[in-house]
Design a protein around this ligand. Sequence first.
Ligand code: PLP
Length: 385
Amino acid sequence: MKTIYFDNNATTKLAEEVFAEMQPYFCQLYGNPSSMHTFGGQVGNKIHQARQQVAKLLSCDSSEIIFTSGGTESDNAAIKGTLAAVPNKHKIITTRVEHPAVLTVCREMENYGYTVVELPVDKKGRLDMEQLESEIDDNTALITIMYANNETGAIFPIGKIAELAAEKGVIFHTDAVQAVGKIELDLRESNIDLLSLSGHKLHGPKGIGVLYVKKGTRISPFISGGHQELNRRAGTENVPGIIGLGKACEMAAENIKQENEKVKKLRDKLETALLKKCPDTMLNGNRENRLPNTTNISFEYIEGEAILLMLDKFGICASSGSACTSGSLEPSHVLRAMGVPFTAAHGSIRFSLSRYNTEEEVDYTIEKMPPIVKKLRELSPFVTK
Ligand code: PLP
């Protein structure tokens, strides 16, 4: 059975071109980039090239790129590294809809005496900028707000938030794990101080990421040891990962416009058809201002997990807005923060597309989904028969 992969916000297929670029750096060019000999030196040069490829995608300087082990490490490093560098301030401002890589770290900081403000969002997933401004005070060390939400695709006004933070003299970090490769960025023109990205969300390898650190930003080293990554993140580099990420960024920079157009067209076709053909459905989040590849739809009165299992029988991969924890199905914290009703949050499905999806795959899913929904509704205790 063919796999139809609509779960690209979870992870993406490694591009064949990326794999080809990485391959020599396992068994042939395995030198340590810090070594003095030519054998290691050529690996160092390739890392330098990868740093430039990433910097080109972000429109920043290559000296502002710190390689990490992924989005989670970058988020941890940004938060903990900032707080360590600004020891006299004890307040963090974030939102209720962040990824756990941010939210959990912020909440941990409460155990060390920090005040954490989790800003609410409205039913479309939008922030109240006035509320954000009113929360910033002299004790605020860091504002950390995601660029785009992984569940709904909602994009935050990061340019404006960064400008506000700069005006108030507060360090601003954005988790751009879902945005990089899907939104054109120009960090040279922005006030963003710190930005996280992850290789496996843009057809690069898993276990590699970046923390962008704007020149002059105060941040403490996050892993101590050797001199790698400008003394900020010690440890021998994940060479194939870095090279793969560089290539993935190069490909994203070259193709972002055409790919976005293609992916958005497919996403819109899928979304429009599902909302039309399946009764009692609703779109979660904002139709405008969202990632071109993401749609999050609630199918009222049925469980998302049941839909996923039935889609799986046809080889269709998507994800649901609830997580099965200790036997109870908890709706996602993002949908809860948006005030999505209980019955709708439980039946929410996220489809996230990529450059590798085709119109045939979309048509196939449009054909399979309505009978699945109908069948599950017939079994549902929430539907009066
Ligand atoms: N931040 C966001 C918004 C994400 O979607 C993810 C992954 O799902 C992460 C952070 C974590 O990234 P990684 O898997 O590279 O640790």
